[in-house]
Write a protein that binds this ligand. Structure first.
Ligand code: NAD
Ligand code: IPM
Ligand code: MN
Length: 356
């Protein structure tokens, strides 16, 4: 088994180093090979996703990814920006199904900005479609408007689109995931305004007929954003498009205490996967040794479970994370009165110790 390790930029290198430490101590039989990606690859090779990095990712059984991006690249032509690396990996590897589980560990109920009773025991799963929608829809670009409110003015445009097979396959993923949980799916859309999402809703409804044992409901995305902070425990599986899923999963991360706690798995149809925290490269705290590595460590656990067939090892990591939280260790993002503040490496070391 081979894992491609792509740390990327900013805190990406710091948090992936901790996840690698954790994987190494498990003493399992796999090989890890690292490569540059994002801004780091642009600096070294002039491209955020060099051929060699893409080849390594394609040939690996799984990819462990940190984060990409930095404000200093915001003026580059879009194809050269760091974010194109993660988008390119998702597209090239066909990683259409993104799992973002928002679980509130009991030790962290006080870390969230929400009242403890709202999030205590929270366990929801956001399933985000990852290779379609306005993220990838063509055409897109800039031009001079020939119609609209200001003909003759400069304008920019993107295209929101989904094909039937794209919606069908993500709907199946959601219903199958719900079968292993509380058997409830909420499909989040904007069908009241957007044709793309009326189409989405119709297809999810059709697919749902094949899963009579799973309860399906539909919610508009604006209401879903509100319900997520009003009564988050009412959700079980949430399935939605690429852009709404991006936004709602960041929102849901605060239900777990911090964005530094939300792991993710992005899978293709042969269960090859890319595993990354849901957050970004956090340039505001990069290099300070304070980033929370737990989302990445928990993503490594998801990698063992989904791509490497090592369920027992995945559970060991998750138990070790709970143990260090029970010991009261906290990076600043989850720190609260009465707990011990630690840095990125100390947190990783503590997970390693807990595993031994
Ligand atoms: P971000 O997720 O990087 O950071 C948002 C806030 O959360 C910041 O205050 C940051 O310090 C904090 N934060 C994030 N991760 C944390 C962690 N592990 N521990 C503690 N605090 C953490 O989002 P942003 O600031 O909007 O974006 C920064 C850069 O990251 C941009 O270039 C963006 O495009 C990129 N980005 C990349 C990915 C990815 O690689 N998949 C995801 C999101 C954003
Ligand atoms: C994420 C990020 C990415 C996205 C960006 C960096 C392309 O925000 O993984 O959530 O929007 O998908
Ligand atoms: Mn995001």
């Amino acid at each position: 088994m081979k894992i491609a390790v792509l740390p990327g930029d900013g805190i990406g290198t710091e948090i992936v180093a901790e996840a690698v430490k954790v994987l190494e101590v498990l003493d399992l039989k796999f090989e890890m090979e690292s490569a540059l990606v994002g801004g780091a690859a642009y600096e070294a090779h002039g491209h955020p996703l060099p051929e060699a990095t893409l080849k390594l990712a394609k040939e690996a059984d799984a990819v462990l990814f940190g984060a990409v991006g930095d404000w200093k690249y915001d003026k580059l032509d879009r194809p050269l920006r760091p974010e194109q690396a993660i988008l390119g990996l998702r597209k090239n590897l066909g990683l259409f199904a993104n799992f973002r589980p928002a679980i509130c560990y009991e030790q962290l109920v006080g870390a969230s900005s929400l009242k403890p009773e709202l999030i205590s025991g929270l366990d929801i799963l956001i399933i985000r479609e990852l290779t379609g929608d306005i993220y990838f829809g063509q055409p897109r670009g800039r031009r001079v408007a020939t119609d609209g409110h200001f003909p003759g003015a400069e304008e920019a445009f993107d295209t929101m689109r989904y094909s039937r097979p794209e919606v069908e396959r993500i709907a199946h993923v959601a219903f199958q995931a719900a079968r292993k949980r509380s058997k409830r799916v909420t499909s989040v859309d904007k069908a009241n305004v957007l044709e793309t999402f009326q189409f989405w809703k119709d297809i999810v409804t059709e697919v749902g007929k094949e899963y009579p044992d799973v309860e399906l409901d539909h919610m508009y995305v604006d209401n879903a954003a509100m319900q997520l902070v009003r009564a988050p425990k009412k959700f079980d599986v949430v399935v939605t498009g690429n852009m709404f899923g991006d936004i709602l999963s960041d929102e849901a991360s605060m239900l777990t205490g911090s964005i530094g706690m939300l792991p993710s798995a992005s899978l293709n149809s042969s269960n090859q996967g890319l595993y990354e925290p849901s957050h970004g490269s956090a340039p505001d705290i990069a290099g300070k040794g304070v980033a929370n590595p737990l989302a990445t460590i928990l993503s490594a656990a998801m990698m063992l479970r989904f791509s490497l067939n090592q369920e027992a090892a995945a559970q060991r990591i998750e138990a070790a994370v709970q143990k260090v939280l029970a010991q009261g260790l906290r990076t600043p993002d989850i720190w609260s009165e009465g707990t011990t503040k630690v840095g990125t490496a100390q947190m990783g070391d503590a997970v390693v110790q807990a595993l031994k």
